[in-house]
Design a protein around this ligand. Structure first.
Ligand SMILES: [Zn+2]
Length: 64
């Protein structure tokens, strides 16, 4: 699950995650997508680029 805010500066990032992932899946370059979404600081950009979604993997091993 994506953290709601940037760990470093506290800006809200989770609200842009869906749009980011959808655009990247369509083939857009991640850097261009982040520019378009207005994510300028590199502390916030790494939140998107370094995020690995493992919740769908974990669901297999527990009752939710
Ligand atoms: Zn930040």
């Amino acid at each position: 699950m994506m953290p709601v805010r940037c760990f470093t500066c506290g800006a809200v990032v989770a609200d842009k995650q869906e749009k980011f992932e959808e655009s990247v899946r369509r083939g857009d370059k991640p850097a261009a997508v982040l520019d378009k979404l207005g994510v300028k600081r590199y502390c916030c950009r790494r939140m998107f680029l370094a995020h690995v979604g493992i919740v769908s993997e974990l669901v297999k091993y527990g009752r939710f």
